[in-house]
Ligand binder design. Structure first.
Ligand code: 4GY
Length: 248
């Protein structure tokens, strides 16, 4: 997958390709990252990329011209069918399903805004979709772009080993993750749940699924409501709630 990020902080974005799972995917050429800096396309001596908002008000706006040239350079370098995606709180909600959809694309161009935002005509002319990580405001789109890259690249075939396969991740099933434990068996009087030491893989899988269902029900009822639980799942959830000393 060929990924381009348009950002006035290229060094910030580069770090996503230098660490962990994404870094390894880039080394193995399963994904490639190209960064375009609008400042490189500014034509004045100060290499200006921002300007004051028409209508007044606080802050600055990312100028159209340098940004559009950066996007078009990215388009030229990327395969056909690589959408331009703007990261902002006004976008459609980004979730695991969106990550999966993006991971199947030949490429994508992520536009990271700064200041109060980008000139609206840039969105109208160049942006194919707008995605949001959630209802909060970052000071720039870079961290959001890096999150989208991370979530998509780890789903590319061959990126995760069998060890940490994405198939059994939290959310792939639409549920929160189950709790994890490692050595030692006891910390401050808290023991690892006995079932995890039993070696009975079927019982362990059942316990984990029960925890995932139960936690999701308590913490994210919206996720569970979307699911339409089967008989066995309903029983597992009831069992979880009984064990927690709650009643349905
Ligand atoms: N939330 N989800 C987000 C964000 C920063 C100024 C517009 C978000 O995706 N991006 O908060 N982005 C702002 C910074 C321009 C985007």
């Amino acid at each position: 997958m060929q990924i381009a990020v348009v950002s006035i902080f290229p060094e910030m974005v580069r770090t996503v390709a230098e660490h962990g799972v994404v870094g390894r995917a880039m080394e193995r050429q399963l994904a490639a990252l190209r960064i375009e800096d609008p400042r490189d396309y500014a034509t004045d001596t100060h290499r200006t990329v921002d300007d004051r908002p028409y209508g007044g008000g606080p802050g600055m706006v990312l100028k159209y011209r340098p940004a559009v040239e950066a996007i078009r350079a990215a388009r030229t370098a990327l395969p056909e069918g690589s959408p331009v995606i703007y990261l902002s709180p006004s976008g459609r909600a980004f979730d695991q399903g969106e990550a999966s959809r993006l991971s199947a694309l030949p490429g994508m161009i992520l536009l990271a805004g700064r200041y109060e935002g980008v000139d609206e005509r840039l969105i109208e002319e160049e942006v194919d979709e707008e995605l949001s990580l959630g209802d909060f405001v970052l000071s720039g789109g870079e961290i959001a772009a890096m999150a989208v890259i991370d979530a998509a690249v780890r789903l590319l075939p061959g990126v995760l080993g069998d060890e940490d396969s994405a198939v059994q991740d939290s959310f792939v099933e639409g549920l929160l993750d189950y709790p994890h434990y490692t050595r030692p068996e006891e910390i401050e009087g808290r023991r690892v749940p006995a079932v995890l030491l039993s070696g009975d893989h079927a019982r362990i899988a059942r316990w984990r699924y029960k925890q995932a269902l139960g936690r999701s029900f308590l913490r994210r009822p919206d996720l569970v409501k979307k699911l339409q639980l089967g008989r066995e799942q309903q029983e597992l959830l009831d069992e979880f709630l009984k064990e927690q000393g709650r009643v349905t």
